[in-house]
Design a protein around this ligand. Sequence first.
Ligand SMILES: NC(=O)c1ccc[n+]([C@@H]2O[C@H](COP(=O)([O-])OP(=O)(O)OC[C@H]3O[C@@H](n4cnc5c(N)ncnc54)[C@H](OP(=O)(O)O)[C@@H]3O)[C@@H](O)[C@H]2O)c1
Length: 248
Amino acid sequence: MTRRALLLGAKSPIAQELASRLASRHDYDVILAARNSMQLAPFAADLSLRTGRRAVLLEFDALDTEALARLPEQARAVAGDFDLAVVVFGYLGDQRRAEEQADEALRIINTNYTGAALVLTHLANYLVQRGQPGGIIGIGSVAGDRGRGSNYVYGSAKGALALFLQGLRNRLAGNGIHVLTVKPGFVDTPMTEGLDGLFLVASPERVARDILAAYHRRRNVLYTPWFWRYIMLVIRSIPERVFKRLHL
Ligand SMILES: NC(=O)c1ccc[n+]([C@@H]2O[C@H](COP(=O)([O-])OP(=O)(O)OC[C@H]3O[C@@H](n4cnc5c(N)ncnc54)[C@H](OP(=O)(O)O)[C@@H]3O)[C@@H](O)[C@H]2O)c1
């Protein structure tokens, strides 16, 4: 049986590395879901040529909440049954603007949490109905581990997503569907382009490699690169009375 992965937010360099690796090393066909997905036609053609696997495009907008219920069936219709769904999309947004303008705060929360939680629910139901082993990978962020003044709107949405994925993992454990929560540190992608104060920035290749290794080892939560687990352990253990005086 052909193994097939659906990647949501497929214009992200992390999603493209995942797609390339899934196709070249794990014999997966891939469904690349994104806004204006036609822009991915050259990438899909190149991937197919390089790997011999099928790459199909699918239109997807996480903020179109009504359409999300139809997504799993649409993916199946264009490409066939899939056993792995990867939620990669995200929106960092502008924290300062979100403090002044409700539409920016809503966009950050609705993209990173509401849209992700809704589509994960539909994907989970689809995978359960198949009645076969499968998996879900959700990309959160280390920013979701502790609220910081400089990005707590995004951080809170990613933190909520991590909690949602934890519950989903618990719900699906008896159905043979594995759920992996990914918490990357800084990654060199358009999301972080031009931002100040970045350190220990990882490549999308490194992050994608870590994600697939963790998925195939049935890990539950992955910090990538690995040292972020310890950095966040320290950050989380700073007492609140000290933390609130730090400008982070
Ligand atoms: N880069 C980092 O340092 C970092 C750190 C921790 C976690 N992450 C997470 O890693 C994931 C991948 O991000 P990235 O770093 O690769 O950044 P990216 O290149 O900006 O990718 C994010 C993708 O999400 C898509 N997206 C945003 N809103 C969407 C919507 N409403 N519907 C559908 N797609 C939407 C964007 O699509 P368009 O191209 O159409 O805008 C974009 O391709 C995200 O979940 C991000 O939060 C990134």
